[in-house]
Design a protein around this ligand. Structure first.
Ligand SMILES: [Zn+2]
Length: 238
């Protein structure tokens, strides 16, 4: 009996190795998209799906959220979730966390959790600080509520095992030519054990042109990630 078990385990191990060997061997890249812009549903999601890439969409009800030529509906956000993407919490109104009381921070976070529940979206387990602004009180609230990671800015890679409440990211947008050449430089200079987290907004972003990325440049970047054989995942899958 022991021998059969060993043989079975050996065979399973062989299968596992084969699967691992065929998985992506390039750098790990986390894609994140902020502010629930409409183009994330219409342009970004179909392209990512074609490549089999994971991603996190950090949603909020930004001032102007009722303008549905610029922002997604909750139905469209649910569609992203149904497509297998992660929906993360970016607070209700995108205010500066360091200016808010613990009660206000909680209200901002719980509002998005409740909207997700109503829409049939899993409760968020990752968070992005609006405008990269945070506070110790806010981090304590996220911890209490069962969050696992919070994304910050900082333009540097995430080193595994370091502070999950300060996951750094690179802002990607047209301004300052933060497009394909910038991405290439990031991947060429990162160390093999690091993870790169990219922070996009709309593709294009019709509400905030200073963080926009054109569909043409976005497509070129996604194609490049595929060519580099990157493992492209959501933040929850870190
Ligand atoms: Zn934002």
């Amino acid at each position: 009996m022991k021998r059969i078990q060993r043989l079975l385990l050996g065979a399973l191990g062989g299968v596992f190795l084969q699967v691992s060997a065929s998985a992506q061997s390039g750098p790990t890249v986390v894609l994140t998209f902020d502010d629930a812009t409409l183009s994330q549903r219409t342009v970004v999601a179909p392209l990512l799906q074609r490549y089999g890439f994971g991603a996190t969409f950090f949603v909020c009800e930004f001032p102007g959220f009722e303008n549905k030529t610029q922002y997604m509906t909750w139905e469209q956000i649910r569609q992203l979730s149904d497509m297998g993407f992660e929906i993360g919490n970016h607070t209700r109104s995108h205010g500066a966390m360091s200016q808010q009381t613990p009660a206000q921070i909680t209200e901002e976070i719980v509002y998005i959790e409740e909207r997700c529940r109503q829409a049939g979206i899993p409760r968020p387990v990752t968070f992005a600080y609006p405008s990269y602004n945070y506070s110790a009180e806010g981090i304590a609230i996220l911890q209490e509520r069962g969050y696992r990671y919070a994304r910050h800015g900082g333009d540097k890679p995430y080193v595994a095992g370091t502070d999950p409440w300060m996951v750094p990211s690179y802002a990607i947008h047209e301004k300052d030519n933060r497009t394909l050449d910038f991405l290439r430089l990031i991947l060429d200079t990162m160390s093999a054990r690091d993870t790169v987290v990219l922070c996009f907004h709309g593709v294009p972003d019709l509400a905030h042109d200073w963080v926009t990325t054109t569909p043409r440049h976005f497509k070129a970047m996604m194609k490049y990630l595929r060519r580099r054989d990157c493992r492209v995942i959501a933040l929850r899958d870190l």
